[in-house]
Design a protein around this ligand. Sequence first.
Ligand code: 0YR
Ligand code: MG
Length: 372
Amino acid sequence: MTIAKVEPFILHVPVTGSSISDSTHTLSHWGVVGLRITTRDGFVGTGFTGTHADLAGDRLVTACIASCYAELLVGEDEADITRLWQKIARHPPMQWIGRAGISHIALGAVDIALWDIKAQRAEQPLWKLLGGATTERLMAYNTDIGWLSIPDDQLIAGARQAVGEDGFRGIKVKVGSADMARDLRRLQAVRRAIGPGIMLAVDGNGRWDLPTAMRFCREAEGLDIFWFEEPLWYDDIAGHAALARASRIPVALGEQLYTAEAFSEFIGRGAVHFVQPDVTRLAGITEYIRVAEIAHAARLPVVAHAGDMSQVHVHLAYWHPASAMLEYIPWIKDCFEEPIAVVDGDFLRPQRPGAGTAIRHEAFASFAKSLG
Ligand code: 0YR
Ligand code: MG
């Protein structure tokens, strides 16, 4: 079938509370930035990336789609996902100036929209189209209770509520403060509040250097930290390899890596234990699958990062056998026709045909921004 129309969009959706911070970012909205692809016979596929809702940056993504990718897509058979992925990635001007960054992210949004149509045509949810679920239950862990901007008392109350009333069996708490003692104190209080049986991960968002991260790992040893995510600068393979050797806390990373080749390097050099690809930073589902297969071949667990707030990843995680669990942040879920949902600490398995990306009209009405 044939692609008739490519329409970019930008949504800015509020986060929980008025804003949140990790060690490196403060944001009030999550950007849902992507496109809808319409076929001549009336199918509509939706794909998007996740941003910190900076309009100038978001418009670079939509401009790339509108001014460069649209003409490579219109008139093509939308079922040829691999071929179209190659066509865009190897388009001479893009290959020269755009092998990573904005253009790569924009290709990811295109790729997701194409998979969304393929699954709709097959009348199957994406996980089924890809080969079926390999797990009965997919554990959710809650990141939204753990921001660095949350005061100590609220952090502890939120952690208690998440594992009590809400039924989560895992949570993640941000670290990377200028004052490491503050992070350690908060983690000790959280561990006391949730008890020993709950998965507790920490996320430094790339803030610290190697000696600081090593000291943190020594000090945090008794807290049963499940992983230390982005302990160091995103691209520092040697540093992560050194930390992985020196510390007994497993290393997690991947949300800032753009390509399958980058993941290969980290995995090959023993610099990562929990592999965290993201369809919205990689060039979509096509490249995510490559990463998951590389990780699986090294027998490492895959825990996708929630750039899509898990709308797409829930499909991939139910399907791919290397998936260990999945991140839960509820900011944008109500924008979608089939929102992600967690019951008794597990993600519900999506049922609707497609990739989980169809956006409700009301969300466009409430959150759409001008493309400039
Ligand atoms: C806020 N998840 C993360 C958010 C999140 C960031 O900056 O984007 O904390 O992507 O690290 O694991
Ligand atoms: Mg992270």
